[in-house]
Structures are given as C-alpha cells and as structure tokens.
Design a protein around this ligand. Structure first.
Ligand code: DHB
Length: 369
C-alpha cells in the first residue's frame, strides 16, 4: 500500500517578486533532474508541488504548514532566502519532515531544526576564501558592503575577521537594506573612504545593479577594486553586465564554467531544456538537492518516512557538477570545494573562470562558540 502512494516533495520557492530568478533557476533544475533520472524511485512516483512564497516568511510558514498537513508531503524543499528557511524550520521539527535548503545560505539555518539538510552553501564558507586571497593580492584596505540580513551579516563578519587576521584594514562596514536597495549613497561613501577594494555581498538577482552603479560612479577608475562573493557575478546575470565586469575576482562554490565533464554535461542539458538560460549556483543547489532526496529514498527502499529519510540524507558523498561534495552527518550542512574565480570572456561570453581552489571546506560558522 505505502509503496504505491506517490512520494511528495513540497517545493517552496520565490517564483515572483525580487527573488524570482532564484525560483526560476531552482524549478528548472528540479525538472531537469527528474527528466534525467526518472519520475519513479524505489517504486514510488515522485510528485513535486511548487508553491510561490514571494520570499515572504509568513507566507512560507503558511505554505509549509499546508503542504505538511493537507498534502502530507514527505519532504519540504527549496527556500530562496534565509528568513523563509527559518520560518519553516519549526514545522519540519514538529512534523518530523526533512527540509532540504536548496538556496538560503546563512550559517545558522541548519541549527534551526535537526530535520534541515542543506545543498546550497554558507556565506562564511565562501567569504573566508576572499579574506585570504585579497591581502595576498595587493588589497591592504577595504570597505565592506552587504545586504542587511543573515547572509550579509555572515559575509561581513567572516570576510572581515579573516582579512584582518591577515593584516588587512577594514575602514568601514556598510549595510544596505534588502528590499529595493539603492546602492548610490553607499557607493559615494566608499569613494570618499578610498579603500583598495570594496567587498560586496548581495543576494542572487541584485548583483547586476551593484555592478552597474559601481561602474557608473567610476569606482574602478578611482582605483577601487570590486571583490565579492560569487552572488554578485551571478551566472544568471553576468553575461548581461558588460565588459566593465571583466577582471572582477570573487569566491564561490559554483561557476557555470567549472571545467569538469559532469558540469559540461549539466550546463548543456540545462541550457537545452531552458531556452539557453545559463544555470547559476541556485540551480546547482536545486539539482543536488534532488539527488540527495532521490538517493535517500532509494536507500530506504521506498519507505520514505521522515526520520529514516533524514538519516539516509546524512553522510551522502557524490560528484556534483560543482565538484566533490559531502553532506556532513553531524551538521547536515554541505562540505564542498570553494573556488577563486575571475570574470573573463570565453567565446564572446562573460564567465567566472576558476583559477584556484580550496578543497573540502566545512562551514566555518559551525566551529564558533
Ligand atoms: C541568500 C539568498 C541569496 O539569493 C543568496 O545569493 C545568498 C543567500 C539567503 O537569503 O540566505
């Protein structure tokens, strides 16, 4: 009986509003994974129910509740922003439903429920790499500019701590509102402070606006370098940013230009299925999230009860298109390679071209306190 009922995945994503590109990328990746791996796993038909939360936590919470109570979903997945993931966490705990975070990236999210597993990344994971790279490459002073919420605070803290540890000077720390940000007054402050570089984190979808205003204000010509997490040179937008983006160095866990056979295959298939849209790091989190769910369901022989499923998600190791990854059994967070990348032109298109790698990085946020 149980084997013949469908296996339901409640996929909560921002499909409209400021974070809509995250929803579009993840939904496309989930569909691709199913098209490539079949819609039946261990005898269970996979049913994905997509719900748009507009990245608004109250809505996320209501949708998660409805999906668990009315639809009896086996897994909750998606979660485009940190406040959305945190809002759904208590529902995962109470209902013993595994919750796979495919996008949101504040370190503490996995500590909000023991039923949370993450396949995206954390901001401390990628920001520390830039805190090591910059001072070794002529950047002695910085101003940081981050979106004023969880991931921005993580990026600011972990970048600045490491940068200072390496002898760098942080002149100022600026925080810009998440909703409808106007970067102009902040960039003026940065210009006046004249640091060697500006370090930026903004969420996926906001990078192009930062780049545009950075260039319009002639910051680069004033001798201020732009350095950032890869959220800024987002593959979803990078190719439309223009040649002003050339040379920008970022640290991140995924580039569409990652030179592996698995990634070439992934990018080609994704673009073919999506009118040539280039997959970004959000798509990667969604694709690998589906893999973690599929493999866990296989390992339970199709039983799929929440607690057993969760146990089978922990400790998974596999080669992702981004590189080798591990779901740390203790923290339920992803351990992965972090790359330093530079924007370059390849075949007439802008890409984040990887030039260095730090292998198997655990979330540094988990080692604190
Ligand atoms: C988060 C959202 C993003 O779009 C991103 O690039 C990184 C983090 C977040 O809200 O956690």
């Amino acid at each position: 009986q149980a084997q013949t009922t469908p296996f339901k995945i409640g996929l909560i994503l921002p499909m409209t509003g400021q974070q809509a590109s995250t929803g579009r990328q993840i939904e496309a990746a989930v569909k691709l994974y199913i098209a490539q791996n079949g819609d039946t796993v261990a005898g269970r038909k996979i049913e994905v129910i997509v719900k748009d939360d507009v990245a608004t936590p109250d809505v996320t919470k209501r949708l998660a509740q409805e999906l668990v109570v009315n639809e009896k979903v086996n897994v909750l997945a998606g979660f485009g922003v940190t406040p959305a993931a945190l809002a759904a966490a208590p529902i995962a705990t109470q209902s013993k439903t595994p919750l796979v975070v495919m996008a949101a990236a504040t370190s503490s999210i996995t500590e909000a429920s023991s039923y949370i597993v993450r396949t995206s990344f954390t901001l401390p994971q990628v920001s520390v790499a830039m805190g090591d790279w910059a001072p070794k490459n002529g950047v002695k002073s910085v101003v940081t500019l981050v979106s004023d919420y969880g991931p921005g605070n993580d990026a600011e803290k972990f970048f600045a701590e490491r940068f200072q540890l390496n002898g760098g000077k942080v002149i100022d720390k600026l925080r810009v509102p998440l909703r409808n940000p106007d970067f102009a007054p902040f960039l003026q402050k940065v210009r006046d402070a004249k640091p060697d570089a500006l370090f930026v984190f903004v969420p996926s979808g906001a990078g192009a606006a930062v780049m545009k205003q950075f260039l319009e204000r002639g910051m680069d010509k004033a001798g201020i370098k732009l350095i950032a997490t890869g959220d800024v040179t987002d593959d979803d937008q990078l190719n439309d940013m223009g040649d002003g983006a050339l040379g920008v160095v970022t640290s991140h866990h995924y580039s569409a230009a990652h030179p592996s056979a698995a990634n070439k295959k992934f990018v080609e298939a994704f673009q073919k299925a999506n009118k040539n849209m280039r997959p970004n790091f959000m798509a990667m989190g969604g694709y690998d999230g589906m893999r973690v769910i599929y493999e866990a369901l296989k390992a339970t022989g199709g039983k799929g009860d929440g607690t057993t499923l969760l146990e089978k998600m922990k400790g998974q190791i596999f080669e992702s298109p981004r590189g080798q990854v591990l779901i740390d059994a203790q923290t339920r967070d992803i351990v992965q390679d972090v790359y330093l990348r530079k924007v370059e032109k390849k075949d007439g298109q802008l890409y984040n071209v990887e030039f260095d790698v730090i292998k198997a990085v655990k979330d540094p946020g988990k080692n604190k306190q």
